[in-house]
Write a protein that binds this ligand. Structure first.
Ligand code: ADP
Ligand code: MG
Length: 570
């Protein structure tokens, strides 16, 4: 094909693809425009996960009639005029291409009235075609309505996730912005329901509560900054008792701009080093302020990534401030002689099972009589010998020694039983004497909302009870030993940390969460009979060697390996 200059329409669509990746990117651009316009109140409305409709309205300065066509033209901005400006950006927008890009891949209706004018203006943009502006009566501020996102890019449309996933991304975006702008009221309505709302009172803790729930917000620790630091760091971090299974609970704003930056999350994670279990991450909302010249925000079309002039300094300041705050709050365990190590360290729990009762010995003897054949899942029959550290079972098989992680093994057993019962439609659930109501974070509420049916199949009877509150009527039988609120919360929290839900797997994933909660814990003392029962149940499993999350349930030391270790064989 000969080289040709792209048509304007095509060029715009290609460029638009970089700015507008998904509904949440549209919301981000529109929010940033409203914030740049000094809005104190921003309402966001979406339908169909943002695919069908995204509407953002604000009470900001508005757009003068004469400038309306420019607002939607490419490279037209009121925020930048000289090359110098580009290196000292104080506004969120500056590229002047958001509205043009959105207009290239959707139908836009722009309605605005500037502070200085009596009448407003309405302008339509349809897949890049800009219509005639019309005068219209409207309150001060701007309303942008975006319909049928990617209507002219079927491939892009196809790549979008389910509505619910897109919806969740929008909630998490809006709630993050609300954190950074506590004096702006944000209200997000999705499919007719208010999914998130902040008060705009200026109190960050109130917004924290709207985002993380009241209880977590109460526990979050404000960062204590030193005035002489080269970078101003403010924000909140979670205490050691609150943690998540992914890094996604950490949010960073630089000069009021939401950014994703792996080195910043690494700095925070490092500050918690040795204080949290491996694989657990804190929650953090951190605002960095540095001179605009020290950060380049123009490295990414959607402005989601930034570059620091001195990345090392920023990293170490964040790490130090977080660490100092944490240590100020939490005495290092080594110094805490009163409590000693014992409380957290379960390996000291001594299993009383070494001394067996006679009846127990009898039971074990009966079990010993079993045939040493392989079971369905390929496991030989195992004989329980005892427990180590109240966490691992020691067992003997025909081919050597087995160490079994009691928690992982029990998870596997419960999981297979639960999945089986679910296929048969026979899951037992337990009605609570008193239904309880629980408040969730907006994202968690969205998860519940999308999974109510599946949850019901698994034995959770839950119903919406106000904006982000749910009423729990019954729980799966498996969870009756766990406090109901904690049971449900932990299942939802674990679920939240899973990326990209695949519908087909939802039930299995939820079931795995339930089992994780219900399984015996490490540190729980089991009688020999219980140990032997667990082994029997494990032998009956289809996949006894891994837990539902894929971790091994056992370590095998073959007779040969033992002999080799003891120098009996070469
Ligand atoms: P940028 O934000 O990079 O300037 P946009 O395409 O997002 O580019 O917006 C173009 C221009 O339209 C902005 O510079 C601003 O002058 C005007 N504008 C857009 N949205 C709003 C709004 N909500 N309130 C006031 N002015 C707006
Ligand atoms: Mg903009």
């Amino acid at each position: 094909m000969p080289i040709k200059v792209l048509s304007e329409e095509l060029a715009l669509a290609i460029a638009a693809g970089e700015v507008v990746e998904r509904p949440a990117s549209v919301v981000k651009e529109l929010l940033e425009n409203s914030l740049d316009a000094g809005a104190r109140r921003i309402e966001i409305l979406t339908e169909g996960g943002g695919r069908e409709l995204i509407e953002v309205s604000d009470d900001g300065c508005g757009i003068p009639t004469a400038e309306m066509p420019l607002a939607v033209a490419r490279f037209a901005t009121s925020k930048l005029s000289t090359m110098q400006d580009l290196f000292a950006i104080e506004s969120l927008g500056f590229r002047g291409e958001a509205l043009a890009s959105i207009g290239a891949v959707a139908h836009i209706e722009l309605i605005s009235r500037s502070v200085d004018e009596i009448n407003g203006t309405r302008l339509i943009v349809d897949g890049g075609q800009v219509g005639e502006p019309h005068s219209i009566g409207t309150p001060q501020g701007t309303l942008v309505r975006v319909r049928d996102l990617f209507f002219n890019m079927p491939a892009r449309r196809k790549f979008l996730k389910k509505d619910t996933t897109e919806r969740r991304r929008i909630i998490s975006l809006v709630s993050r912005y609300a954190l950074a702008y506590p004096d702006v009221l944000f209200k997000l309505t999705q499919e007719g329901r208010v999914g998130f709302q902040s008060s705009g009172s200026g109190k960050t803790r109130e917004t924290l509560a709207a985002v993380f729930g009241i209880e977590t917000a109460r526990q979050m620790i404000a960062l204590s900054t030193t005035a002489d630091a080269p970078v101003k760091v403010e924000g909140y971090i979670s205490p050691l008792s609150v943690h998540r299974g992914s890094r996604r609970g950490m949010t960073f704003f630089i000069n009021g701009r939401y950014v994703q930056d792996a080195s910043l999350s690494a700095a925070v994670t490092q500050a918690y080093h040795g204080l949290l279990m491996v694989g657990r991450y804190p929650l953090a909302v951190i605002f960095l302020d540095l001179p605009p010249g020290d950060v380049d925000v123009n490295v990414h079309p959607a402005k989601a990534e930034i570059r620091f002039r001195n990345p090392d300094i920023v990293f170490s300041v964040v790490q130090r401030v977080v660490r100092a705050t944490l240590l100020g709050q939490t005495p290092p365990p080594a110094i805490d002689l009163q409590r000693g190590w014992g409380q957290a360290d379960r390996s000291r729990v001594i299993s009383p099972d070494w001394a067996l009762s006679t009846t127990e010995i009898e039971k074990v003897e009966t079990i010993r009589g079993a045939q040493p054949t392989l079971t369905g899942g390929g496991l030989p029959l195992l004989r329980a010998i005892g427990q180590v550290g109240a966490s691992y079972l020691v067992a003997e098989g025909p081919d050597g020694l087995y160490l079994i992680d009691q928690h992982a093994a029990h998870e596997r057993v419960l999981f297979e039983a639960l999945m089986e019962a679910s296929t048969q439609g026979e899951i037992e659930s337990q009605a609570l004497l008193e239904p309880i109501t629980i408040e969730f974070t907006p994202t968690q509420a969205a998860i519940l909302e999308e999974n109510l049916e599946v949850m019901k199949r698994l034995g959770f009877e839950i119903e919406p009870f106000g904006q982000r509150t749910y009423r729990v009527r019954s729980l799966p039988d498996l969870l009756t030993n766990v406090a109901p609120e904690q049971a449900l919360r932990s299942v939802v929290e674990d679920f939240e940390e899973d990326e990209t839900p695949l519908m087909a797997e939802t039930e299995a994933r939820l079931a795995a969460r339930v089992c994780k909660r219900a399984a015996v814990k490490a540190g729980q003392v089991l009688s020999l009979v219980e140990q032997q029962q667990l082994l029997r149940d494990l032998e009956a499993c289809q996949s006894p060697r891994t837990c539902p999350h894929g971790r091994p349930t056992m370590i095998h030391l073959s007779v040969e390996a033992l002999e080799k270790q003891f120098g009996r064989r070469g």
